[in-house]
Design a protein around this ligand. Structure first.
Ligand code: HEM
Length: 148
């Protein structure tokens, strides 16, 4: 018996018939989150310059904290959009949900470093920031690859 699967359309990536603009909104939200994560490294560089002088560093740490809130908001919006408009792309909505969870974890660790003085957590906080960047770049690339 022969298979009815068309070999010309087979792919290991899920595809939807959603319009290009739907993907553009998703990728823009995640791309903005990636830029905010990148900027977090800049704010961190500015407050680490004043290491040991809490007052001089405080305003940049506050900017860093607001950046975290903005990144989480953008990732949540991307997840809601993907669940609403790209439901069949589980890779995208699950991936952006993972981004939200990792961002919340990152913020929790940052808060523990600042408020509870757990400086050793910096060794987790910084590599996690790199992982976050990886996920935030991978998602728009993945969105492009499954488009029709
Ligand atoms: C290379 C990137 C990053 C570096 C080097 C870094 C470094 C740090 C350090 C050293 C602290 C402790 C500040 C102190 O009390 O001395 C901190 C706090 C914090 N970080 Fe990061 N971080 C980075 C990326 C991120 C990212 C991507 C997020 C989330 C999107 C984030 C969210 C936070 C938050 C919420 C705090 C606590 C701020 C507060 O309680 O006011 N960080 N970060």
């Amino acid at each position: 018996m022969t298979s009815s699967t068309s070999t010309s359309t087979r792919t290991d990536r899920p595809a939807t018939s959603a319009p290009t603009s739907t993907y553009a909104v998703f990728s823009s939200l995640v791309g903005l989150a990636a830029l905010v994560v990148l900027a977090q490294g800049l704010w961190a560089g500015l407050f680490l310059e004043h290491d040991g002088k809490r007052d001089a560093a405080a305003s940049w740490i506050d900017v860093h904290a607001r950046g975290a809130d903005l990144a989480i908001l953008l990732a949540v919006l991307a997840t809601v959009w993907a669940v609403w408009k790209l439901r069949s792309r589980r890779d995208l909505w699950a991936g952006s949900l993972v981004l939200v969870v990792l961002l919340v974890l990152e913020s929790y660790l940052g808060g523990a470093i600042r408020d509870a003085g757990k400086d050793t957590l910096t060794a987790v906080h910084v590599p996690l920031a790199m992982l976050l960047m990886g996920v935030a770049v991978w998602l728009p690339v993945r969105a492009r690859s499954g488009r029709r």
